[in-house]
Design a protein around this ligand. Structure first.
Ligand code: UD1
Length: 427
């Protein structure tokens, strides 16, 4: 298995291109199941999760064709054709590896009136149930059966009637699933307390480009008027705000100066606010964000929250950054109950962090030391990369497959701005 080896202490500077968003890509790809016509997605990041999702679509009978994939390019163009579906089942061995597989539930019911999807089970960052996905689907008229670890959702008479649902808590995935199911319903659906994440806006905009009728996009109430059928479209995946935020932390933790190119700054407000509070200089220049960290970092008090709040997907990277701040920071994780697996690994590098329940107190230390560490999930892995960039000596991050799920050509991007980082096989 590959490892990433970093010799820390290099100040990063230069321009770093930001890829298409993983979390948007994985909700745009299943939209292709809603139409017989081709859906072409541009700016699709080259990631293991995107490949896995392509394989799932292939299993359902859709073809996936990639264009313009020169090795030096970031991103790809993929055309997905789901002219005729040959299966309505997402099996366990795929869903357990990639939780986003459950996002075929909504479009399969919307298209053909039936979906059978394995229950995902727990994962490294908590229980992550799908009860809200199922309640929302029921509210718009689906019949749900659970048996042998699978959920079967059917639309009576082959088409959902539509209906109203107010989420008790904000769920990104459940909002995505119900929206994709509702766009081809017979009637109107009103989804209250919907997630407002930019990836949901991207999903709605893509569906509208395919002929869907959705109002309230970007607000907490989505009104979806079902249409008989959707048509094909060409759509560009939004920039990855979490990748950009992660590299902003790389600039901050190395005292560096990076220009992050191709971002949507409005999607990154909470991250920018936190960086500025930490004493980092941030300059907004169109779709380029300059992040410059000339002095010592200040401690922060941060709590994760649904958008527009501070993203749970940025918590681990900020924690790594704050291990070197001048003073004590307090981080609270409100979205997931078990998202601090990076803490013991950061501690092995010399960080001073105490976790109590959902709160972590991070006392800044003068320096981190390189060490062999193990990645546990995608964003936790990135926090170890960040710590390694700033640490004295060599850090080896094992289980790199987590990073390959969500960061397009990480070591190449970081090498180009001055990091001493490489990938090595176990040999
Ligand atoms: C969540 C994050 C998203 C992030 C992604 C990957 C939020 C609101 N969501 O999205 O930003 O990109 O993880 O790290 O920040 N829940 C239920 N029942 C359900 C669905 C969810 O109880 O059926 C709970 C979850 O356990 C969690 C909360 O709702 O506590 C939000 O989860 P949800 O937004 O659905 O998770 P993801 O879609 O994975």
């Amino acid at each position: 298995m590959d490892r990433i080896i970093i010799r820390g202490g290099k100040r990063l500077s230069g321009r770093l291109p930001i890829s298409g968003a993983k979390n948007a890509a994985l909700t745009l790809m299943p939209c292709a199941l809603l139409t017989e016509e081709p859906l072409t997605l541009r700016n699709l990041p080259r990631l293991a999760d995107v490949d896995s999702f392509g394989h799932l679509l292939n299993q359902l009978g859709a073809s996936t064709q990639i264009e313009g994939a020169r090795p030096e390019d970031f991103g790809r163009v993929m055309t997905i054709r789901a002219g005729k579906l040959t299966s309505t089942e997402a099996p366990y061995d795929i869903v357990r590896k990639m939780r986003a597989s459950i996002l075929v539930l909504g479009p399969l019911v919307g298209r053909g009136g039936e979906a059978v999807v394995s229950l995902p089970g727990g994962c490294a960052i908590g229980n992550r149930p799908i009860d809200l996905h199922l309640k929302a689907m029921e509210a718009i008229g689906a019949e749900i059966e659970l048996a042998a670890g699978y959920v079967k959702a059917t639309a009576p008479g082959g088409r959902l009637p539509g209906g109203d649902y107010v989420f008790p808590i904000v769920s990104v995935g459940a909002t995505e699933n119900v929206v994709m199911a509702a766009v081809t319903a017979r009637g109107v659906s009103r989804i209250g307390n919907a997630a407002r994440e930019p990836e949901i806006v991207d999903l709605c905009n893509c569906l509208v480009a395919m002929g869907a009728k959705i109002s309230g996009i970007g607000t907490e109430t989505l009104i979806i008027t079902g249409v008989e059928r959707l048509h094909g479209a060409t759509y560009a995946v939004m920039p990855d705000r979490i990748e950009a935020g992660s590299y902003a932390c790389a600039a901050a933790i190395t005292g560096g100066d990076l220009e992050l190119a191709g971002v949507d700054i409005e999607d990154m407000r909470a991250t920018i606010t936190a960086l500025v509070q930490a004493g980092v200089e941030v300059e907004e220049k169109g779709d380029v964000l300059r992040v410059n960290a000339p002095g010592p970092l200040k401690p922060l008090t941060l709590a994760t929250a649904p958008f527009p709040g501070f993203a749970t997907d940025m918590q681990a990277q900020f924690m790594a950054m704050l291990t070197l701040a001048e003073g004590a920071s307090v981080l609270t994780e409100t979205i997931f109950e078990n998202r601090y697996m990076h803490v013991p690994e950061l501690a092995r590098m010399g960080a001073d962090i105490h976790v109590s329940g959902r709160t972590a107190v991070v006392r800044g230390v003068a320096k981190l030391n390189g060490a062999p560490v193990m990645a546990t999930d995608l964003r936790a892995s990135m926090s170890l990369i960040l710590a390694g960039l700033a640490a004295e000596g060599e850090t080896q991050v094992a289980r790199v497959y987590h990073l390959d799920r969500g960061y397009e050509r990480l070591e190449e991007k970081l090498q180009a701005v001055g990091a001493d980082i490489e990938r090595a096989g176990d040999g």
